[in-house]
Design a protein around this ligand. Structure first.
Ligand code: GDP
Length: 442
């Protein structure tokens, strides 16, 4: 399944992401406007430059944004880019100069270990080109000045992109066979107790060799003949030691920890109602398309349990997280080591689901049955959609593409239906699934 490297354009509203997208892909695909936040279409475009092919994503055009919350847009984009892209272009404006929000986003990007290029756009003349100096302060290497509008400097940018992508391709892939887990949750739900309980399990062997390529904060261990990495273990412990009250929900920290993981454990307290923070964290995990296990900890505090108790709690969790139906829920007690080992077994299972590949043949059959069962519903347009093909385009997380006619609009409920049918037939437990529609002109 060959995949093109992905490059995401992120940046504050109106820094010129769509114009740059057009410049790079040389087409008028993005709807360009000077009114902040007007691009709403999905923007993916393929670029070929001196033998190198890659996909550019204009995150400003993705539907990542809550209208009420403009200042958070760029963080949403960063979140998406950290999860999806091989290289991130942070677009800033020579005309505006260095803005506080540029600095905040750069801080998030510096912590994550993804290659980044600072693109100083709107450097339309020599005076503006000089403004580039300021952006060294972002600490993300040499910025590239260009004018997406008149095209000057865009060749230089493509050369830098080429160098960065080549460097990345050459880097040894040490991470390949290591399952990376992050433990996320609001303060006091029992994260560090769970870490201790997991690492204290008889068959879990904690490695004494430091994992040199990553943070010393991480803990490497061996279980079921597989290498595992608990992301930011020390961070979890340290925060508790200092002072519980000091442990605030630091958004950039959580984004970063989630970004590095394959599987995220969202730890909650079974004995207390779920709340806003649990929801917020779950949204971040969902945005980054990570595999997820919902952990209902402190199960020992629930008295007089019978067979119906788990069902009752499961129903409550499902109602609270309706968009996380794919995530398994596990009821644990870190204190009594109840089902702690099962967390790892479950994590291994859903890790494998994340990398599941369905053959073309199986998907062809699947599509035929599906179309018979339920003809595709129409969206906004007048035409009835015609679907020609369905294929898997990647794993980690699994991504599928529906090939359809150009003119019609497919109703989103049909995509939902397809996802449910895919899960019913092939599994994919714990992992989000992405289904995109590709329109073709006949
Ligand atoms: P963290 O802030 O999420 O890392 O939470 P801690 O692991 O520090 O736990 C917070 C408090 O909850 C401590 O007093 C723990 O002893 C307690 N705790 C953690 N897990 C459990 C559990 O499964 N059952 C009970 N009864 N208490 C727990």
């Amino acid at each position: 399944m060959p995949q093109l490297p992905k490059i995401a354009l992120i940046g504050r509203a109106n820094t010129g992401k769509s114009t740059l997208f057009n410049r790079l892909t040389e087409q008028k695909k993005a709807i360009v406007s000077t009114i902040a936040g007007t691009t709403r279409d999905r923007n993916y475009g393929n670029v070929s430059w001196r033998g190198l092919n890659f996909t550019v994503i204009d995150t400003g055009g993705l539907d990542l944004v809550h209208d009420k919350n403009f200042e958070q847009d760029v963080f949403k984009q960063a979140n998406f880019a950290l999860a999806e892209a091989d290289l991130i272009l942070l677009v800033v404006s020579a005309k505006d100069g260095l803005m506080p929000q540029d600095k905040e986003v750069a801080q998030v990007l510096r912590k994550a270990k993804k290659p980044v290029i600072i693109v100083v756009n709107k450097a339309d003349n020599n005076y503006l080109k000089k403004q580039i100096e300021d952006f060294y302060r972002l600490g993300l290497g040499t910025p590239v000045a260009l004018s997406a509008l008149n095209g000057s400097g865009s060749g230089d940018l493509l050369d830098v992109i080429q160098t960065k992508l080549k460097k990345k391709a050459k880097a040894p892939k040490i991470d390949e066979k290591i399952i990376k887990i992050a433990i996320i949750g609001k303060p006091n739900v029992g994260k560090s107790s769970l870490v201790n309980a997991i690492l204290g399990e008889e068959r879990v062997i904690v490695s004494s060799v430091p994992y040199t390529t990553r943070d010393p904060q991480d803990t490497r261990f061996h279980y079921q003949k597989i290498d595992w990495l608990l992301i930011d273990t020390a961070g979890i412990r340290k925060q508790v030691k200092i002072n519980d009250r000091l442990e605030r929900l630091s958004v950039d920290k959580s984004i970063d920890t989630i970004a590095q993981a394959d599987v995220v454990l969202l730890v909650t307290e079974a004995d207390k109602p779920l709340g806003r923070q649990d929801q917020h964290l779950s949204e971040m995990i969902l945005d980054q398309k990570k595999s997820l296990i919902i952990v209902a900890n402190k199960w020992d505090l629930i008295g007089e349990k019978d067979e119906a108790t788990i069902n009752k709690f499961t129903a409550y969790y499902r109602r609270f997280f309706p968009y996380l139906a794919y995530a398994p829920i596990i009821f644990t007690s870190a204190l009594e080591s109840q089902r702690v080992k099962k967390i790892l077994d479950l994590a291994l299972e859903i890790y494998q689901e994340r990398f599941r590949e369905i053959t073309e043949n199986a998907l062809d059959k699947f599509l035929k049955t599906l179309l018979k069962k339920h003809a595709p519903a129409r969206g906004k347009g007048v035409h009835h959609p015609r679907i020609f093909g369905f294929k898997q385009t990647r794993t980690n997380p699994p991504e599928f593409e529906i090939v359809k006619d150009f003119a019609s609009d497919l109703h989103y409920s049909y995509l939902r239906f397809m996802e449910n049918q895919l899960r019913a037939k092939f599994g994919f437990s714990g992992t989000p699934i992405v289904i995109r529609a590709r329109r073709i002109k006949l």
